[in-house]
Design a protein around this ligand. Structure first.
Ligand code: PLP
Length: 483
């Protein structure tokens, strides 16, 4: 184990020399209420810059991350995010603007947001957009609240929202928070929405159906147009969870197959790294009939100038402070411009190709419960390995020993002992082959030496953790460890 910074500090050692302050000194007591003023000086470890650099480089090398190798976490689209986009988002012209600056002085920022919004509308085949939501789940609830306003304006807010049993846990949560009742329907044997079951819920109480497409089994809902028609025939709406848009870019537009509202996950599809809880963004695009209800302000362009329009009567209001996650928006814009229309389409084509390549190899060694060509991801089952006493969790842990991050496991819930694999478009053939070899080796180990799986990982900085104990008795700070 490496030492903590607190353990290697030396009183008085310091890594930086700060310039003299050029602003007048204020007594914090005069500026802040009593209960917000520190009683004692803040404690920081005292170290040389080089010690800090070495410490964090060492930690980063212990951890697994995308700059090391493939991160095949299904449904998360852990692709390589070009570093140039971080650079661009870091330009002082972007990072130093104050969000309350009058519109006339931030024309460039407004133009970027407006152009990115137009680009997303084009990609999705939609008519209007809000860039405010902070993530996918926030996009879901924003989209559903827009739909609720729409139904209220029609005179009946309605009661139910249908979701397939393959849906992400955030979907039912968003439905409940929007004041509706989630109704889960069983997927058909082909892993798709079962139209016969859906038919039963088609009435004036049905507000919407929420669907991920391609769904979380990595299968395209090929009856989606029929589903949209069925919903629309009773005035219900079709919401699409766009977490899996990495499979559709430039190939299919949700607006063309009947979707009324969808969100994009910029931190999945459009070049913002995620996984450490950093800022994300979940813009929501809608069709014309929903536009009056989207969050305000709206960016408008008139007489050669961009401005923010706050005067939108039926708008939901604001769902996020200021402009949303502006740096994430800049990265997405840079990403789309650098790819161009051809590159956008190639992104999804390569993501689907990589996934099918891996599936075609691995379905010979693992069970593929929903037999289908895959879109950008596929779901295997490790259920058959239970006869050797091996669980999917053991496979995930063993992969760490072999130098790979595990796929998503135990999701979607309709596959027992699920392994959900999404290689993304940015992995080269050699990495896909190496990952496949590791999975095949693990399959053999399950039969010949299951103990090595059950006790994995062996070669990582930290061995298998007791996650139940960690949940029940979290130790979150150095002070707790020491006491
Ligand atoms: C990631 C994901 C979400 C939630 O998105 P966040 O940005 O993490 O809030 C919802 N649905 C699906 C299918 C997802 O993969």
């Amino acid at each position: 184990m490496s030492e903590l910074l607190w353990e290697i500090e030396k009183e008085g050692r310091i890594g930086v020399k700060l310039p003299k302050s050029d602003v007048p000194k204020y007594e914090s007591k005069k500026l802040l209420p009593d209960n917000m003023v520190r009683k004692s000086e803040a404690k920081f470890p005292q170290l040389a810059e080089q010690q800090v650099v070495r410490h964090f480089v060492e930690l980063s090398a212990k951890n697994y991350h995308l700059d090391k190798s493939i991160y095949p976490l299904g449904s998360c689209t852990m692709k390589y995010n070009p570093k140039i986009n971080e650079r661009l988002a870091n330009l002082a012209g972007f990072t130093k603007i104050h969000p309350l600056t009058p519109d006339e002085y931030v024309q460039g920022a407004l133009e970027i947001m407006s152009e990115l919004g137009n680009g997303f509308c084009k990609i999705g085949g939609m008519d209007a957009i809000t860039l405010q939501p902070a993530a996918g789940a926030h996009g879901e609830i924003t989209g559903l609240m827009i739909m609720r306003r729409y139904h209220e304006a029609q005179g009946n807010p309605r009661k139910n929202v249908v979701i397939p049993d393959s849906s992400h846990g955030t979907n039912p949560a968003s439905i409940v928070l929007s004041g509706w009742q989630p109704i889960e329907i069983k997927s058909g044997p082909d892993g798709k929405i079962d139209l016969k079951t859906l038919e039963k819920y088609l009435d004036k109480d049905l507000a919407a159906l929420m669907v991920t497409n391609p769904n979380t089994l990595g299968i395209f809902e090929s009856d989606i147009e029929k589903v949209a028609d069925m919903l629309h025939s009773v005035g219900a709406q079709l919401y699409m969870d766009g977490a899996n848009m990495n499979a559709l870019l430039g190939i299919a537009r949700p607006g063309d197959f009947g979707v009324d509202a969808l969100h994009y996950n910029l931190h999945k599809t459009f070049s913002t790294p995620h996984g450490g809880g950093g800022p994300g963004s979940g813009p929501v695009a809608v069709k014309n009939h929903l536009e009056p209800f989207i969050p305000k302000p709206k960016i408008v362009f008139a007489n050669g100038k961009y401005s923010l329009d706050w005067d939108i009567q039926q708008s939901l209001g604001k769902v996020q402070a200021f402009w949303g996650a502006f740096a994430v928006i800049v990265k997405a814009y840079a990403y789309i411009l650098s790819l161009g229309a051809d590159g956008i389409r190639k992104t999804s084509e390569d993501a689907v190709l990589n996934s099918n390549y891996l599936r075609a190899i691995l379905e010979k060694y693992y069970d593929l419960p929903y037999k289908s060509t895959s879109m950008h991801e596929f779901v295997l089952s490790g259920e058959f390995l239970k006869k050797y006493g091996v669980k999917t969790l053991d496979i995930a842990k063993r992969l760490l020993d072999l130098g790979f991050h595990a796929p998503t496991i135990y999701f979607p819930l309709i596959v027992h002992e699920a392994l959900m694999i999404e290689p993304t478009e940015t992995e080269p053939l050699e990495t896909l082959d190496a990952f496949a070899d590791a999975m095949i080796r693990i399959r053999k180990e399950a039969e010949e030496n299951p103990d090595i799986l059950k006790s994995a990982p062996h070669d990582t900085a930290v061995r298998r953790l007791d996650d139940v104990a960690a949940n029940r008795n979290p130790i979150l700070t150095w002070w707790d460890v020491k006491s």
